[in-house]
Design a protein around this ligand. Structure first.
Ligand SMILES: [Zn+2]
Length: 164
């Protein structure tokens, strides 16, 4: 019997094997499209150090690397990236919780996402919104800086929430 593609929501047949973890002991089964997407991201980040990933990510999001965060922020972020790379299953299969903390619900709302959004969806949306409202790209129109700060803090909150 052919399994369905492991990508959330996909109903195609899972015909391509993709490693879940760096030790290659576990595999996802994806349809061709999702395998290609997954491998693209996997290969892209697999050869980078956490620092390089962070820099790359910031370059993509803000057009340049920001000044260095505090050490603790960096450590948290590196842990988050490692978790993301090695344990996507936990991010993609967040249990539907009955009552989310109101701060978490608000954070989803700020990012214009349903509370069922996966971590990947949150990341993608955050990058799009951050780019849109970042003072460097949005200009100094009133409200942009506030909106950007709100989006950033919502994202930081969800990052902590998903990293638990
Ligand atoms: Zn698929």
């Amino acid at each position: 019997m052919i399994k369905k593609c492991d990508h959330p929501g996909c109903t195609k047949a899972g015909v391509c094997r993709a490693p879940k973890t760096r030790d290659l002991k576990e595999y996802w089964m994806f349809c061709k499209e999702h395998a290609a997407e997954y491998n693209k991201n996997w290969n892209y980040y697999a050869n980078m150090t956490p620092d390089e990933i962070e820099e790359d990510w910031e370059r993509q999001t803000f057009g340049k690397s920001r000044s260095k965060n505090t050490k603790q922020d960096q450590a948290d972020y590196i842990k988050f990236l490692n978790d993301f790379i090695s344990g996507r299953d936990t991010f993609d299969k967040m249990p539907a919780k009955k009552s989310l903390p109101s701060e978490t619900v608000a954070a989803f709302k700020t990012l214009e996402l349903p509370i069922t959004a996966s971590w990947r969806e949150i990341g993608a949306k955050y990058r799009a919104l951050a780019k849109k409202y970042h003072p460097d790209s949005a200009g100094s129109k009133s409200g942009n800086a506030e909106k950007f700060a709100k989006i950033s803090s919502a994202y930081q909150h969800l990052k902590r929430y998903f990293a638990k």
